[in-house]
Ligand binder design. Sequence first.
Ligand SMILES: Cc1ncc(COP(=O)(O)O)c(C=O)c1O
Length: 377
Amino acid sequence: MSAERIYLSPPDMSEADLAALTDAFRSNWIAPVGPALAAFEAEMCRQLGVAHAVALASGTAALHLALKETGVKPGDRVFCSTMSFAASANAVVYCGAEPVFIDSERAGWNMDPALLEKALREAAASGQLPAAVEVVQAYGQCADMDAICALCDRYEVPLIEDAAEALGASYRGRAAGSFGRAGVLSFNGNKIITCSGGGMLVTDDAALAARVRYLSTQAREPGREYIHREVGYNYRLSNLLAALGLSQLNGLPQRVARRREVFNHYVKRLGALPGVTFMPEAEGGTCTRWLSSLLIDPQEAGLTSHELMDALEAENIEARPLWRPLHTQPCFAHCRSYGGEVAEELASRGLSLPSQLTDEQQERVCRCVERAFAQKR
Ligand SMILES: Cc1ncc(COP(=O)(O)O)c(C=O)c1O
């Protein structure tokens, strides 16, 4: 295997990022306190159209505090999209609550509002409404937020938005992350912007933001003494990483445009191959195409998604299956779920191709896919 490896969604770092990091370093604001944190939060508020943002050590930390401060407590249930990364449900368990999984719809692969409605109706009838609904905006695309927000309003259940994968996406002109009581973003290494590891909670609720800021800094009371009236968390982002995050955020529109360009090129080159269907862009939304995802019908294609991933791997190209639905994960097997067949089918047939790469690298990926199809047929 001699060709240079092509990664799925590697960090995209610039000289400007390095300069921002170096400036923060030279300023000696290395701790989780300093001017870059405030600047990163302010710019995120501006770009998303939200009132408050709190930069945290990870998206998972942001989810944990979003759920906790929404009142999720031991014994509660949280309705959560099944098609997601484990962190979405892990944060529910950190609160001592139990996730109840909701299947995807085919239109955009996100939470199915009809199943959410069924789940809420049954929960209301048995007097056990969930403490929150956690909708995941998977693969850079918003769910059907009109329907989901209306349901949460009707049943008076708070909505938390796991927009970890969807920074830069929008739905009817509103930014992903700005719909729920709180929205959660991730800046880990594979996301559309990265500061190596990091996350953010965004909200219009000043009191919620203040509580999260307080809890994330060890719940330390202001003043000289180390007084703690509550047990807190060491969840604040470092100022150094905030400087990097801010620099990356400045180029977000171009990043979204480039990922969409990569996706559209795959569609043009590979969309007519037998049995290939690319991820649909749901009505009303603009997907960032964080990952370039597609489904393979093995009957028509003559090969499975895993055989295609094997062919890509043989040429040193990273491709990954779609999220294994959370209701099928061994650690969540005891949890209830509404539906699940759609996410299971997507997972069994789906894969993501590299989405952050040069034109030449994309040509290599396309040729490899075409060869794999030609050989199997
Ligand atoms: C949907 C989703 N939720 C939560 C997370 C957790 O974010 P982090 O890795 O920053 O903790 C991720 C990514 O890792 C994710 O993809």
